[in-house]
Design a protein around this ligand. Structure first.
Ligand code: SAH
Length: 225
């Protein structure tokens, strides 16, 4: 006899096993051992953030399409950026490029409060519904040009940009608290490097990390459409 509860329980177990394999093989094996970051990844069912057609690949070692020429980042990149951000529970975090909402959900497990900005109203709506379904209540969603940040809500302790920037986004660095950290992909439209910027009492410090490839930032500080 078909028993829906049993089949749902089986699905949840399979998803947890796939997630654990992703954490061990793609993330811990590549040097990310921060227990809080790994716990946050463990808490977010990634299959809910990819289109149904890609459900079988939700835990694959690559970025996946999420709709209008946009992608959900490779799990390792999400883990790497999150660990470089060194988020603490009292932090206020600003994310640019909500996309599927996956990175945002991971951040919500670490930070006190997250503001996230998405250009595309449809993606924003879907991301908001996913986080609500997961019972996450500490995220404020905004539709607009994230390149401008949220000057009225600044300063932030952490800023994460998940779309490619043509230059270090100084306007967002200026919305950091002193000692605050921003991480962003910066470079050409086809390939970038992740840069970690720390705001100092005077000026800021840049540390260039890995090469990466993100979709282009739009708007005032991005590339023309
Ligand atoms: N963090 C996302 C992946 C982001 S993909 C995730 O976890 O799924 C990049 C996203 O940035 C896209 O959704 C794109 O629509 C958005 N974007 C591009 N330019 C933007 C801008 N100026 N402001 C806000 N969002 C922008």
């Amino acid at each position: 006899m078909f028993c829906p509860e049993e089949s749902i329980a089986r699905m949840i177990r399979a998803s947890a096993a796939a997630r654990e394999a992703m954490i061990q093989e793609q993330i811990a094996a590549r040097g990310i051992r921060d227990a809080a970051v790994l716990a946050a990844l463990r808490a977010v069912p990634r299959e809910l953030f990819v289109p149904e057609a890609y459900a079988d690949e939700a835990y694959a070692d690559r970025a996946l399409p999420i709709g209008p020429a946009q992608t959900i980042s490779q799990p390792f990149i999400v883990a790497y950026m999150t660990s470089q951000l060194e988020v603490a529970s009292m932090h206020r975090v600003l994310e640019i490029g909500t996309g599927s909402g996956y990175q945002c959900a991971v951040l919500a497990h670490l930070a006190g409060q997250v503001d996230t900005i998405e250009w595309d109203a449809g993606l924003n709506r879907e991301a908001e519904a996913r986080l609500a379904a997961l019972g996450i209540t500490t995220v404020r969603f905004h539709v607009g040009d994230g390149g401008l940040g949220l000057p009225d809500s600044a300063p932030f302790d952490r800023v994460i940009v998940t779309a490619a920037c043509p230059h270090v986004p100084i306007q967002l660095v200026n919305q950091l608290a002193e000692g605050g950290v921003l991480i962003a992909p910066v470079g050409e439209s086809e390939v970038q490097s992740l840069v970690r910027v720390t705001r100092r009492s005077r000026g800021h410090q840049e540390q260039w990390l890995l090469p990466c490839r993100f979709v282009k930032l739009r708007g005032a500080h991005g590339w023309p459409d």
